[in-house]
Design a protein around this ligand. Structure first.
Ligand SMILES: *[C@@H]1O[C@H](CO)[C@@H](O)[C@H](O)[C@H]1NC(C)=O
Ligand SMILES: *[C@@H]1O[C@H](CO)[C@@H](O)[C@H](O)[C@H]1NC(C)=O
Ligand SMILES: *[C@@H]1O[C@H](CO)[C@@H](O)[C@H](O)[C@H]1NC(C)=O
Ligand SMILES: *[C@@H]1O[C@H](CO)[C@@H](O)[C@H](O)[C@H]1NC(C)=O
Ligand SMILES: *[C@@H]1O[C@H](CO)[C@@H](O)[C@H](O)[C@H]1NC(C)=O
Ligand SMILES: *[C@@H]1O[C@H](CO)[C@@H](O)[C@H](O)[C@H]1NC(C)=O
Ligand SMILES: *[C@@H]1O[C@H](CO)[C@@H](O)[C@H](O)[C@H]1NC(C)=O
Ligand SMILES: *[C@@H]1O[C@H](CO)[C@@H](O)[C@H](O)[C@H]1NC(C)=O
Ligand SMILES: *[C@@H]1O[C@H](CO)[C@@H](O)[C@H](O)[C@H]1NC(C)=O
Ligand SMILES: *[C@@H]1O[C@H](CO)[C@@H](O)[C@H](O)[C@H]1NC(C)=O
Length: 706
């Protein structure tokens, strides 16, 4: 009896104790007052330590910029991590001691070969080491952590390892060795690449004015994922400014070697993400090439190797704690984010945009593209401030967030979808689920000669667009890869039923067009020009006709869009600002002249299919479907492909009116003896016609047979 009570008390205590999440907090801001060497080295150490400490759970939080303070307060408002108990540690030596169980020692790098700092980041993730610069001066981290203090053992030493005797440059010798040692061996994961400036940063004349731009703190995400970090010029026609005596083309060749070896790890079955960007403020530009051409060159090259860019571009890109935040997604893998529903035909008639004969009213229709979120860093640092705006909701905006950013920064999405108004819509940003040049997915793939990857791109986008209920690709950017092609247009129709917007000038199809053979409209963007937005929009007005124009804004607030709108509408009431769904539905009916073109559209908003099943299980599955189209749906069939690729066909006899969600429940038995992971797919059919014919992306998930 007494024993039982004691046990109960202990159990209750254990519950209380495990409820708190103990987290250490370190303020890295004072390090920015130190020397340029120290600024880099402290940020680098914290980046790597955060990657290691936060690999399996959120345990270390770094304060580096305003955005860290903002997220700290946001996290406390949602009680995540649960019952967080932050303990401030002010000494970096103490901090390292706290995590001594997670750290196996040090990887020492060579200040005379700055590229080795990036090799050290790769080694850090692979071997659980802290990257330390070999700088035996009195207060250096080397002195504090290796020569004294915890006296961390040196496990990997890059000092004096690279002399240039292989490629003619110590820098490229280092990367060529690393490509072989870490990527060809598969020690490092080639799907998590980092393109971050190396320790050369400390010697750049621009560094004193840009102390947060070392971006060494951003390495945490790559270290967490045991990825690979590099910093090489994508140009092959000049020696880079950080290594002016190398044979011309060395950097480029090393870059290609890295991308080839990363690709060989999966042989075309995956996309890699490179977080980072050409470090244009410091390197590789302004001699022969400008910043934007260098960005385009990078995208052109990366795309050829199945690499998308998570574009941490100067100068909003210093981003700590991604490894920490990423755990927020760990209990949300099944979660779907559902957007506003499509407008009905009656609604468009009521708003005067369409008449009873389905003729679109002569107006100039404007869609705001609210970007530019193709980088988790920009998204985390900038978007919430712009979103939390009293005027948000007063005008429709297509907020352009690349859905793959969720992987590195999942904290914000729930908030966005929860607090969206009837005028807030989400579309993808640059090129879809990651920034790349779409035509580079087709053969011949310049720079790589690899096989086409369009089917893989469709799969990737279907996954992300489904998860975030996205129906429109905001900005298809093809940069240096030339005009978009029929093939690449068709590829976008497979996951963007409500259209895609192209970079200006990249098509022969015209400003607005349906992709031949489909119901999918394509549009053309125009960049908003600071200070002359109202004139710019007024000048695109055409009387006595219908016109669709997308205006692309970068880091603008809802107040700004509202203000522009108010000024334009005062001067030209025949310009109408609409949301991306109204925009697309009007364009579809206008271009096709087919009043049924907006029928038979759905969103698969929920199901409760199990993820793990056994042969013989009897499953009751509920499917919730929202009717987005203009007709009432009923008497359909739902085809489910489940484990062992078995097809089950259910009758859908539940009427769904426009805008409604209905749920139907079905029972079926698992008949599958072959254990393993299977793709799960479902889609509505009308008789034998798949709803894919009408532009609906099938729902795709997975299940495991055990
Ligand atoms: C999942 O995460 C959300 C967001 O932090 C949190 O509110 C919820 O309690 C978590 N659920 C579980 C089961 O951990
Ligand atoms: C919070 O963390 C401190 C320091 O690690 C620890 O002493 C204290 O017990 C923790 N508090 C709770 C409620 O877990
Ligand atoms: C290059 O020099 C290193 C020592 O710095 C040596 O280990 C290596 O064998 C040399 N490689 C070649 C190709 O000479
Ligand atoms: C890589 O994939 C191609 C098909 O794209 C195949 O022909 C080749 O055998 C594969 N190579 C390896 C090493 O698996
Ligand atoms: C691309 O499609 C357009 C419109 O259907 C057609 O006129 C053109 O010939 C096609 N181009 C190629 C290269 O197939
Ligand atoms: C739009 O303008 C054209 C050209 O003046 C005209 O023929 C057409 O009837 C107008 N459409 C509507 C719905 O008024
Ligand atoms: C609103 O727009 C006007 C005209 O373009 C501009 O002068 C003013 O500064 C803007 N105000 C805000 C709050 O953006
Ligand atoms: C708006 O369009 C209508 C119908 O086409 C036309 O009568 C009117 O003059 C236009 N208003 C302006 C300000 O252009
Ligand atoms: C499934 O749907 C049935 C009837 O439609 C309902 O009674 C049941 O609660 C649902 N189950 C779940 C888990 O949503
Ligand atoms: C299921 O389909 C996939 C793709 O078509 C195929 O690779 C796999 O072998 C199939 N599995 C079974 C058990 O039929």
């Amino acid at each position: 009896m007494t024993f039982g009570v004691v046990k109960l008390v202990v159990f209750a205590l254990a519950l209380i104790m495990t409820a708190a999440t103990n987290i250490l907090q370190y303020d890295l801001r004072p390090s920015t007052k130190l020397s340029l060497d120290d600024i880099y080295e402290y940020a680098h150490l914290l980046g790597a330590l955060s990657g290691l400490a936060n690999r399996d759970a959120p345990r270390l939080f770094t304060i580096y910029g305003d955005s860290d303070i903002r997220w700290l307060s946001y996290m406390s408002s949602i009680d995540w991590p649960e019952d967080a108990n932050y303990t401030v540690i002010s000494s970096i030596v103490d901090l390292v001691r706290y995590f001594s169980d997670d750290i196996k020692g040090v990887v020492l790098y060579d200040p005379n070969v700055p590229a080795t700092s990036n090799l050290a980041s790769t080694a850090s993730g692979v071997y659980n080491l802290l990257p330390i610069c070999y700088r035996p001066t009195s207060d250096s981290l080397y002195t504090q952590l290796v020569q004294s203090g915890p006296r961390l053992p040196v496990q990997v030493n890059f000092v004096n390892m690279f002399s240039g005797n292989v490629t003619g440059s110590a820098k490229t010798d280092a990367y060529v060795w690393a490509a072989e040692h870490f990527l060809a061996s598969r020690l490092a994961d080639g799907t998590h690449l980092g393109y971050y400036i190396d320790k050369w940063w400390s010697q750049s004349s621009k560094a004193p004015q840009a102390v947060f731009e070392s971006l060494a703190i951003n390495h945490d995400w790559i270290v967490k994922n045991r990825g690979f970090v590099f910093d090489l010029s994508p140009w092959d026609d000049e020696a880079p400014n950080d290594d002016p005596h190398q044979p011309v083309g060395n950097d480029y060749k090393a870059l290609i070697a890295i991308l080839q070896k990363a690709y060989q790890q999966h042989n075309g079955t995956k996309f890699s993400t490179v977080s980072g960007f050409v470090p244009w403020l410091f390197k590789y530009v302004d001699e022969k090439h400008g910043g934007v051409p260098s960005e385009w060159r990078m995208a052109h090259v990366m795309s050829a190797f199945n690499v998308i860019i998570d574009a941490d571009a100067c100068c909003l890109d210093s981003f700590a704690n991604a490894a920490f935040y990423s755990h927020y997604a760990s209990n949300q893998t099944q979660r779907r984010f559902v957007q506003n529903s499509f407008p009905s035909r009656e609604e468009l008639i009521e708003r005067g945009l369409l008449n009873e004969e389905n003729i679109v009213t002569n107006r100039t229709y404007i869609l705001y593209y609210g970007g530019d979120y193709d980088s988790a860093a920009w998204f985390a640092n900038e978007f919430k401030n712009l979103w939390d705006d009293p005027k948000r909701g007063s005008v429709p905006v297509a907020w352009a967030v690349n859905p793959n950013l969720y992987d590195r920064f999942p904290l914000l999405h729930s908030y966005l979808y929860r607090t969206r108004t009837a005028n807030d819509f989400f579309v993808s940003g640059d090129s879809g689920s990651g920034y790349l040049n779409p035509t580079q997915l087709f053969e011949p793939r310049m720079f790589s000669g690899l096989p086409r990857a369009d089917a893989l791109w469709i799969d990737r986008n279907r996954y992300y667009f489904n998860k975030f209920n996205i129906k429109h690709t905001g900005f298809v950017i093809n940069g240096d890869a030339g005009p978009l092609t029929n093939q690449s247009d068709l590829m976008y129709t497979k996951f963007s039923p409500l259209g895609f917007t192209r970079q200006q000038g990249y098509t022969t199809l015209g400003e607005t067009a349906l992709i031949p053979g489909t119901r999918v409209p394509s549009f053309t963007e125009t960049d908003l020009i600071d200070g002359s937005e109202v004139q710019q929009i007024l000048s695109c007005y055409r009387s006595q006709t219908v016109r669709f124009v997308v205006f692309r804004g970068v880091l603008r607030s809802a107040t700004n869009y509202a203000n522009i709108t108010e000024n334009v509408e005062k001067l030209q009431p025949n310009i109408t600002f609409v949301d991306p769904y109204t925009f697309a539905l009007l364009a579809r009916i206008y271009l096709s002249k087919d009043p049924t073109v907006n029928n038979d559209l759905v969103s698969y908003v929920d199901d409760n299919l199990p993820r793990v099943v056994r042969n013989g299980d009897i499953i009751t599955a509920n499917f919730s479907i929202r009717n987005e189209g203009w007709n009432t749906l009923n008497n359909l069939r739902l085809k489910l492909i489940f484990v062992c690729n078995m097809t089950y066909v259910f009758d859908w006899n539940t009427e769904i009116k426009h805008g409604d969600i209905q749920t139907a429940s079905y029972q079926f038995q698992v008949e599958c003896e072959q254990p393993g992971g299977y793709q799960v797919i479902y889609q509505l059919f009308r008789d034998e016609t798949s709803f894919e014919e009408y532009g609906n992306v099938p729902w795709i998930s997975s299940a495991q047979l055990i």
